[in-house]
Design a binder for this molecule. Structure first.
Ligand SMILES: [Zn+2]
Length: 428
């Protein structure tokens, strides 16, 4: 528990204008400032910040509150989390009551800060290598193939992990980063024979993975075309994606790629586009879809659904049009339902993924599909009935597979309606 006077101190010492300005462009208007509300969609500003009284108010959606509630809402934080962030900004120490606990907590925090700074340093290195390394153009080639330009590269802080075995390891060592820290965040790996470490990510396009606060906690590296003369890579192509291992800072099922970049737009629209991979996220953002996230190298998890619910109440699933995509949709539905998110599905033409669709048909066509996306349950019933055809055995299996999906619907009335829908769909 944080004592009330601490809460007041943090509130008083927070510059609400500076805080809000990180998310909203504010213009002075009398004694207050105004801008476009980050919590609802609007074209003329009705969102006001009153610096003297330390609160905000929106005449459009009627939301109001102080700096703490602003941060909770915009970053999807719980009260104690928001307090901690603001305390850090304002330089207010939140001490635990027991002094032994306090020093342990301080040490843990210091270690966490140190590890985060190692990841931040690595992200800077990868970003620099994109332009400075002789094979950086190969990463740019992959980006241009997807139509991704420099502003988008900068927004998502993409980079290039050099070809070779120890370029990052050496750079970090030169900056005085301890190999132990770099190893603990999964950037370098101890050599099996002899001493020293080698880089985990080599000759890859790098996607930093940030937590809700925008702090980089891991990386995902995508393989590139082999370098000329690299026979080994040609004969034994490396894995398409290599992700950081799970570390003290990173549990893969807990994070959504792109969430930090998407958060303001997610809140404004209340709708999240959920796609399969990192590249889809950046590609969609490039085409103006900024409310987009992806689970990272996993199926959608309950933790991710809960996290997403803090930002949006509707999720539009935009998975590849193949059987794996269909399976992923079926698996996601109960999790979304449980988290209180209404799920919808975009059906791409067979064999297409978001990237090829955008390339072929354009952003407007995709926007249309998103607006017309049917609820997941409807989509699953229709798809299952269609796939099963007339074969009695296949029909029985398909109906059984729909069981958990229908079962996940909370409202008995709605569930009843869907049971009828299944009966109709399968003409039972
Ligand atoms: Zn508003």
């Amino acid at each position: 528990m944080i004592p009330e006077e601490k809460v007041s101190e943090i509130r008083d010492r927070t510059d609400i204008v500076a805080l809000v300005s990180e998310h909203v462009e504010l213009k002075r208007s009398g004694t207050s400032l105004k801008g476009l509300c980050p919590f609802h969609g609007e074209k003329t500003p009705s969102f006001y910040v009153h610096p003297d009284r330390g609160f905000f108010h929106c005449f459009g959606c009627q939301l109001s509150g102080d700096a703490i509630s602003f941060l909770m809402r915009i970053d999807g934080l719980a009260f104690p989390e928001a307090l901690r962030v603001l305390a850090e900004r304002a330089g207010v120490e939140i001490t635990a009551l027991d002094s032994e606990d306090a020093s342990a907590a301080r040490q843990a925090r210091a270690r966490k800060e140190r590890l985060l700074s190692v990841l931040e340093t690595a992200a800077g290195f990868f970003a620099k290598m994109l332009d400075a390394h002789r094979f950086g153009p190969m990463a740019w080639a992959e980006l241009s193939r997807r139509g991704i330009d420099r502003p988008m590269v900068e927004r998502y802080r993409l980079g290039y992990a050099p070809h070779g075995w120890d370029e990052l390891a050496n750079d970090l060592a030169q900056r005085g980063v301890s190999p132990r820290d770099a190893e603990q965040v999964g950037l370098i790996v101890p050599r099996k024979t002899g001493q020293g470490h080698y880089d985990r990510f080599r000759h890859r396009l790098m996607f930093p993975i940030a937590d809700t606060h925008g702090k980089i906690v891991a990386f995902s590296g995508r393989a590139l075309e082999p370098v000329e003369g690299d026979e080994r890579a040609r004969q034994e192509p490396p894995a398409k994606y290599v992700n950081s291992p799970e570390t003290a800072l990173y549990r893969k099922g807990d994070i959504l790629f792109g969430l930090h970049e998407a958060r303001v737009e997610l809140r404004r629209q209340g709708i999240a586009l959920v796609c399969e991979g990192n590249f889809d996220v950046v590609g969609l953002a490039q085409h103006g879809f900024h409310n987009v996230v992806a689970p990272l190298g996993t199926a959608f998890t309950p933790a991710q659904a809960k996290l997403l619910r803090r930002f949006a109440s509707t999720a539009v699933l935009l998975f590849d049009a193949d059987s794996a995509g269909r399976k992923a949709v079926r698996a996601a539905q109960p999790l979304l339902a449980k988290a209180g998110i209404s799920g919808k599905v975009v059906t791409l033409p067979t064999g297409m993924d978001p990237d090829s669709f955008l390339r072929d048909r354009g952003a407007e066509a995709l926007g249309k599909l998103i607006n017309q996306a049917p609820p997941v349950v409807d989509w699953l019933i229709e798809g299952a009935a269609h796939d099963a055809g007339l074969d009695p055995r296949a029909r029985a299996d398909a109906i059984e597979a729909l069981g958990p999906v229908i079962g996940s619907i909370d409202s008995p009335v709605e569930r009843g309606l869907y049971e009828e829908r299944v009966a109709q769909g399968f003409e039972i």
